[in-house]
Design a protein around this ligand. Structure first.
Ligand code: DSN
Length: 424
């Protein structure tokens, strides 16, 4: 049963209630390895489904365009203050609706259409909003990309430096969505300083690890820090922009009125709750356990003959090149889903295949760590992944179904916030 329960929804709109129950149950019974997903606490769920969704609040605390902000202002201020304390930054904007609008606000604040920007290429672990040709950021700006090295699978800092010197970009992005190794913020800061660029650290994937002390912080190196709030940080779907006081006005104006209207106050409250949770000692343990689990899972996969991009991981994320297994990322991901193991197909650096059916799969440990799984269970997960991939190659649905049952059995012992079996 969904937690908190949904009695009115079940009475008034059973169609929607049934679908929500089904999704909650699916999340309970599945090994969720998509590295950008997690389980929020029931406290976050309660804040996000509150009456705060009824209120319009264009503007910022103390300077709104609608009346009735007596309660909304302190909620947004609380979220801001908690983020400032957690990350040690001077300025925070908690209003971006999600990661893409947050990054767009950075372009609006510091660049003009046609300006050169620099980032790691999408196929090498970047993000659509870091100048991909299919994104507005690639259509309206002039992206140049650095890569990961073919021999190490790690960011080629020499190439990034040479490219920055040659192209003099306005913005330099570091961070991305499929980078299993530690981001070298001091090195990027040095490059950005040398060419007079604004350095943007997109820490969406690793924000929770940074908050929990399991990854170095970009504070003091990046001019602007962009992050979603729902990945390792374990908050609701949303985003934040952080900076020094110097860039506060430009960023705030870009978010509102530059790009957005009223902030989603229910989400702001959920972010405030998640930020408090992330400041507690338990969250430090969570962040370190997430990395320990990823390393254990990586080691078990390598032992089974899997080819990990960069040879392993420093964080929560693993990128596997399945070329050696002679199966595409897409059929592998689909078979694993049928086996109760959820991850996503993904391009790998220098991928000869197309993004719609690339060579790799991407996985990570933020969600399973929230469930309470530790290094002890990682070899079993690696064994199931391996068995399911072998089964997919032979169209062996019976094995996938058997694994699905075993997965369900294991997870029954690990509670999730948001759903619990109905007591008998
Ligand atoms: N969709 C996110 C991810 O999965 O990494 C990035 O926006």
């Amino acid at each position: 049963m969904h937690q908190p329960p949904l009695p009115d929804l079940t009475r008034n709109d059973p169609e929607v209630a049934t679908l929500i129950e089904a999704e909650a149950r699916r999340q309970f019974e599945t090994i969720r390895l998509i590295p950008s997903e997690n389980y929020v606490s029931t406290a976050v769920l309660e804040a996000c489904s509150s009456v705060l969704t009824n209120k319009y609040s264009e503007g910022y605390p103390g300077k709104r365009y609608y009346e009735g902000q007596q309660v909304i202002d302190p909620i947004e201020e609380l979220a801001i203050e908690r983020a400032k304390a957690l990350f040690g930054v001077e300025h925070v904007n908690v209003q971006p609706y999600s990661g893409s609008p947050a990054n767009l606000a950075i372009y609006l604040a510091f660049a003009s259409p046609g300006d050169t920007i620099m980032s790691v290429e999408l196929a090498h672990g970047g993000h659509l909003t870091h100048g991909s040709p299919v994104s507005i950021t690639g259509k309206w700006f002039r992206p140049v990309h650095y890569h990961v090295r073919r021999d190490t699978g790690r960011i080629d800092l020499d190439q990034a430096r040479d490219l920055a010197r040659a192209e003099r970009p306005k913005l330099i992005f570091c961070g991305g969505t499929a980078l299993p190794r530690t981001i070298d913020f001091p090195a990027f800061a040095e490059i950005a300083r040398e060419v007079g660029a604004i350095l943007v650290a997109d820490i969406s994937h690793i924000a929770g690890l940074i908050a929990g002390g399991a990854h170095p912080s970009p504070v003091g190196y990046a001019d602007v820090i962009s992050t979603t709030t729902h990945k390792t940080l374990r908050g609701p779907r949303g985003a934040m922009l952080m900076s020094t006081a110097e860039h506060a006005t430009a960023l705030d104006k870009a978010v509102f009125p530059g790009l957005q209207g009223g902030p989603h106050n229910h989400t702001t409250a959920g972010i405030a709750v998640a930020l408090r949770e992330a400041s507690l000692p338990d969250f430090r343990r969570y962040a370190h356990q997430t990395v320990a689990n990823a390393k254990a899972l990586a080691a078990a996969l390598i032992e089974r003959g899997y080819d990990l991009v960069s040879g392993g991981t420093d964080n929560h994320l693993i990128l596997i090149d399945l070329t050696r297994q002679e199966i595409g990322g897409k059929p592998a991901a689909k078979a694993l889903d049928r086996a109760g193991i959820e991850l996503n197909f993904n391009t790998v650096p220098y991928d000869p295949r197309k993004p719609w059916n690339p060579s790799g799969i991407r996985l990570g440990t933020p969600a399973v760590t929230t469930r309470g799984l530790t290094e002890e269970q990682m070899p079993q997960i690696a064994a199931w992944i391996d068995e399911a991939i072998q089964a997919a190659r032979k169209d062996d649905e019976a094995t996938l179904t058997r694994i699905r049952g075993e997965v369900r059995e294991l997870l029954a012992a690990y509670p999730m916030p948001g759903w619990a079996p109905t007591p008998a």
